[in-house]
Design a protein around this ligand. Structure first.
Ligand code: ZN
Ligand code: ZN
Ligand code: FE
Length: 760
């Protein structure tokens, strides 16, 4: 048999996942000679061998690829043999224009965990143990190709033992870039008021004792600092709330293992799979009555956000003991809405009033990355925040997009960069309400453009003129003389849902864009929108009837105001006994009435989120909120699943008129009907109204595909009822599965709409 050579190029997630060692071992096993290397475009292989063996090799590269890898494309070509004498891993090549996906961070693997708790292992209890299959990735990578000098591990020179593992192709740490051990790698220490109090094992032991005593500890993690305390005691949790200026918004929890989680929460099979997955997101789970988690962790809610440990340090901190708490609050280390702290000095300054002590380490975090949050809907993932463990894994687009940047929304900001078939949706940036978060957006964009070798040819932005992301986008477009595309918020929501399902946009869909807010083309605040949309454009055949929102943000913070404004606009009186009426003094009501009559600082809205606020206030559930969506969340939590009653909302011309439905709701409030029934009837009424409207839209257009997007669809009760009605009518319904239905997924929609317009 004559010798040939094969040249193979592989793209996808193939770096930082043990791909080159895998190729090395495979080639050696088959007796092939040649080389493998990383490039900034993926992995290149060149091998000599007999034709049949080369074919078998290529087949095995696909079929036996490492578990964490994801081969997007594999191309091969054959030529004459080169006469290689051995198989080698050769130096990485940086190609200027090339780009490739980068692995998200990966939770510590089982092999490393076994070593972590094996007293005879040289990494016994070493908090930074990792291997080719696990450990930090995205958060430590400064540039590609992914090699140690391009990561925040660069300052740590490997010891001889680590070096031997790193260069031994048969070792499971062969070319594991963050490889480290107690003698050469990062360390932990405990400090109080800037002074080191303990180091290494002592630091971890003391941290455990302090947590058990009820103290609040800032703990440096993978993508930033957490603030931790005992979640089973009311005192520390309340203290943490007071210091963080966070009144009711739920805290996330970390529990040591699945058994513990199941003592506190109901866990389905899909939820279990998500909890233990290498992304280790926070999963929203239904709380058990007997759980002793402090009420203040998630006030007025029957869901708890829970995650398992995901770094070796977490495992050491939570390792079982009778006198240690079963659950820790693990909330992001920041003051109110600022970005999560990542470096040690930033934490010392920013968190000094929040934490009693700091558990620090000296491995730098290059990219700030918050924990991801997911829930399960119909046995599948339903993302609420897509960040650590998922970002920057790309969303595959239905067609090739030019390189462009979508700046994203104001709240729950993520941005998106496209190149060819990929949309790189960023990690969670946060609410762009301050300079720090805007800086975080700018730095994130710079980093993505470098990592993915993209120079945007156009910029997409939200139509809201005052969003910081919009201003950033317009300034940059002007500076670099780039075309800029203003994208309507609710159109972007629907496009995001279409894009992640791979719809090519040649057929329009019916889009239900139900949301808290979003700037409309007419200057009103939209959010109850029935759209017919493709990527290029949209129509808006129906929307929720406008009602006034006196004071804008003032009403958003105080649903009681929204409720009174809604009653006023429907010609319904402010009866003395109604909960939102009682909320105000007589003079305040007179002022409010004057404001409504004269239309002072009173935008009009079609937002379904605000209608939920008003209904929650009228039902006596909540008159003022301290986090976004609170009234609707608490109102939904009360809904009686067995209640079949209904409020009717009527379709009049191009609007959904809520007058008669709200009048029925008021009747129930007056009659003393419990809020659980009122909530259920409200949800039932909305679902029926949706069905009626969709039927009409289908008669007018013939469209049978319906996309659901926008923050209101975080409401599982509304989804459940809507889905069963729409499916009974034979519609195909698309829900978000890869990116959040809230504004965290918006940038994907902005990007694909702009790409579509740019293509002409
Ligand atoms: Zn490992
Ligand atoms: Zn070492
Ligand atoms: Fe939105």
């Amino acid at each position: 048999m004559s010798m040939q050579s094969a040249r193979i190029h592989i793209s996808g997630i193939v770096q930082g996942v043990g791909f080159r060692p895998f190729v090395y071992n495979l080639a050696t096993r088959l007796g092939l000679r040649g080389w493998v290397r990383n490039t900034s475009a993926g992995v290149d292989i060149e091998v000599d061998g007999e034709h049949d063996v080369l074919v078998a090799f290529i087949h095995a590269v696909r079929s036996e690829a490492p578990a964490l890898s994801h081969i997007e494309e594999l191309t091969s070509s054959f030529g004459g043999a080169h006469g290689f004498r051995s198989f080698e891993i050769i130096h990485s090549e940086s190609l200027d224009s090339a780009f490739q996906p980068i692995s998200p961070d990966v939770a510590v693997c089982d092999d490393c965990l076994r070593e972590l708790f094996d007293p005879s292992d040289r990494r016994y209890h070493y908090p930074f143990i990792n291997c080719t299959n696990c450990g930090p990735r995205f958060t430590i990578i400064k540039d590609i190709p992914y090699d140690r000098p391009q990561t925040t591990m660069a300052p740590f020179a490997m010891c001889q033992d680590c070096e031997r593992e790193y260069t031994d192709p048969s070792n499971r740490r062969f070319h594991a870039q963050p490889v480290a051990c107690p003698s050469c790698g990062p360390r932990v220490w405990l400090e109080r008021q800037g002074t080191q109090r303990a180091a290494e094992a002592d630091a971890i032991q003391q941290t455990r004792q302090l947590l058990a005593q009820g103290q609040i500890v800032a703990i440096k993690g993978l993508g930033g600092f957490h603030l931790a305390c005992d979640a089973t005691r009311a005192g520390p949790v309340a203290e943490l709330r007071a210091r963080k200026l966070r009144v009711d918004k739920p805290f996330a929890l970390m529990m040591p293992d699945l058994e513990t989680i199941e003592r506190h929460c109901f866990v389905s099979r899909t939820e279990r799979e998500l909890l233990v997955s290498s992304a280790r997101p926070i999963v929203l789970l239904r709380r058990k009555m007997e759980s002793n988690i402090a009420e203040q962790v998630a006030p007025h809610q029957d869901w708890l956000g829970v995650m398992l440990p995901y770094t070796p340090l977490h495992y050491l901190l939570l390792e079982g003991a009778d006198d240690f708490p079963q659950a820790l609050v693990m909330t992001s280390g920041n003051l109110s809405e600022e970005p999560i702290a990542t470096d040690n000095e930033e934490a010392r300054q920013g968190l000094s009033s929040l934490a009693d002590v700091f558990l620090m380490h000296d491995r730098d975090i290059h990219v700030r990355c918050d924990d991801s949050v997911v829930r399960v809907l119909e046995k599948e993932i339903y993302p609420l925040r897509r960040s650590r463990g998922y970002a920057p894994f790309p969303v595959k687009l239905p067609w090739e997009a030019p390189p462009l940047l979508a700046a994203g929304p104001e709240l729950k900001n993520t941005f998106c960069i496209t190149n060819r078939n990929y949309a790189f949706l960023s990690h969670h940036i946060g609410d762009l309400e301050n300079y720090e978060t805007l800086r975080s957006l700018e730095q994130g964009v710079e980093h993505f453009e470098r990592l993915f070798r993209v120079r945007p040819e156009a910029i997409a932005y939200d139509l809201h003129p005052n969003y910081l992301a919009t201003r950033y986008a317009l300034e940059r477009a002007a500076r670099e003389n780039l075309p800029a595309f203003g994208i309507q918020h609710h159109h972007a929501h629907i496009a995001a849902c279409m894009a992640e399902h791979g719809l090519d946009g040649s057929q329009p869909v019916i889009g239900l864009s139900f949301d808290g807010t979003g700037y409309g083309e007419d200057g009103a605040i939209w959010g109850g929108e029935f759209l017919v949309a493709d990527y290029r454009s949209y129509q808006r055949p129906f929307h929720l009837a406008y009602f006034p929102l006196p004071g804008g943000d003032a009403s958003i913070r105080k649903p009681a105001r929204t409720a009174l404004a809604l009653l006023w606009s429907l010609g319904l009186g402010w009866e003395g006994s109604l909960p939102p009426v009682v909320e105000f003094q007589e003079e305040e009501r007179q002022l409010l009435r004057a404001q409504l009559e004269k239309r002072i600082n009173t935008p009009m809205t079609s937002s379904l989120g605000r209608l939920f606020d008003a209904a929650a206030a009228l039902a006596g559930v909540r008159q003022a909120v301290n986090y976004e969506g609170q009234a609707a969340i608490e109102f939904e939590a009360l809904a009686d699943p067995d209640e079949a009653g209904i409020y009717s909302f009527e379709l009049e011309q191009d609007q959904v008129n809520v007058g008669s439905g709200i009048a029925s709701l008021l009747g129930d409030v007056r009659a003393g009907i419990p809020a659980s029934k009122i909530s259920a009837r409200f949800h039932n009424g909305l679902a029926e109204m949706i069905q009626t409207t969709i039927r009409k839209m289908n008669r007018d257009t013939g469209i049978r595909r319906v996309a659901l997007s926008g923050g209101v669809w975080q409401n599982l009760t509304l989804i459940g009822r809507t889905l069963s009605l729409l499916r009974a009518d034979g519609f195909t319904v698309y829900l978000h599965r890869q990116v959040p239905t809230n504004d965290g997924g918006l940038a994907l929609g902005q990007a694909i709409i702009a790409a579509s317009r740019l293509r002409g």
